[in-house]
Design a protein. Structure first.
Length: 239
C-alpha cells in the first residue's frame, strides 16, 4: 500500500511539473500575454488533465512571481516590470562577471573543450529562429560556466532567477531578429577569454554582455509601460 501511495504521489508531482512547464512555455513564447486571466477549467481542458494539477501548478507559478492575483479576476500572467528587470540584471552582471573570472582561473582547458559545442548549438539556434531553442541554449551556456567556476553558492544564488530570465529573453527575442546573433558572438568572446585563462578579460566581457542586454530589455519594457499608460488614458477619455 505504501509503495502504491508513493507511486501515485510521484505521478501527481510529475503531472504538476508538466502543467507548470506547459503554462510557463506559453507565457515565455507569448501565447499567454501579461495580464491574461488564467482560468483553471480552461487550462485543464487544454492540457487534458484534472483541475488539481492545474491549481497546484498555478500556485507554484504565483509563488515564483510568474503569475499574480488580480482583484476580481483571480490569477493573471504577471507583467514584466522594467524596474525589476533593471535590478535583476545589476545583480546578474556581478554574478556573471565573477563566474567567468573563476571559470578562467579554475577550468580554462575544460572551457575550451566542452564550451565550444554549447556555443555552436547557440549559433545554430540563432540561425533557426526558435525562441524556445535560443532560451534553452543560453541557459545551458551560463549554467556550464557556473559549473566550471566551481562555486556552488553562485549557482544557488542565480538559480531562483532563471525563470524570470527566460521570460525576459523570450519577450525581447521575439521582437529583435538581430539580437540572437549578437548574443552568441558575445558568448563566443567570453568563452575564448575563459579558455585562454584570462580571468580579467572574461570578467569584463561578461559584465559588458549583461549590461548591453539589460539596456535593450529595460528600454523595451519601459516603452511598453509608457504605451500601456497612454492606452489606458485614451480609453478613459473615450468613455
Amino acid at each position: 500500500m505504501a509503495v502504491e501511495t508513493d507511486a501515485r504521489s510521484l505521478t501527481r508531482h510529475r503531472l504538476v511539473e508538466q502543467v507548470y512547464g506547459a503554462i510557463f512555455s506559453e507565457i515565455t513564447e507569448g501565447r499567454l500575454a501579461p495580464n491574461t486571466r488564467l482560468i483553471q477549467d480552461e487550462l485543464a481542458e487544454a492540457y487534458g488533465v484534472s483541475r488539481q494539477p492545474v491549481q497546484q501548478a498555478l500556485l507554484l507559478l504565483r509563488n515564483h512571481g510568474i503569475v499574480r492575483d488580480a482583484p476580481r479576476r483571480g490569477l493573471v500572467v504577471a507583467p514584466l516590470e522594467a524596474s525589476f528587470v533593471q535590478n535583476l540584471y545589476e545583480v546578474r552582471g556581478v554574478l556573471e562577471g565573477l563566474t567567468a573570472r573563476l571559470a578562467a582561473e579554475r577550468n580554462p582547458a575544460r572551457a575550451g573543450r566542452e564550451g565550444a559545442p554549447l556555443v555552436a548549438a547557440g549559433q545554430a539556434a540563432a540561425t533557426g529562429g526558435s525562441v524556445a531553442d535560443l532560451i534553452a541554449a543560453d541557459i545551458a551556456f551560463h549554467r556550464f560556466l557556473g559549473e566550471i567556476a566551481e562555486n556552488p553558492i553562485i549557482v544557488e544564488t542565480a538559480a531562483p532567477h532563471f525563470n524570470h530570465l527566460k521570460r525576459i529573453m523570450g519577450e525581447v527575442l521575439r521582437e529583435d531578429e538581430a539580437m540572437p546573433a549578437r548574443i552568441w558572438d558575445e558568448h563566443a568572446a567570453i568563452l575564448s577569454a575563459i579558455a585562454a585563462g584570462d580571468g580579467e578579460a572574461a570578467d569584463r566581457l561578461s559584465r559588458q554582455h549583461i549590461a548591453r542586454a539589460a539596456t535593450v530589455f529595460v528600454d523595451r519594457l519601459r516603452a511598453q509601460e509608457v504605451a500601456s499608460v497612454e492606452d489606458a488614458r485614451n480609453r478613459r477619455v473615450a468613455r
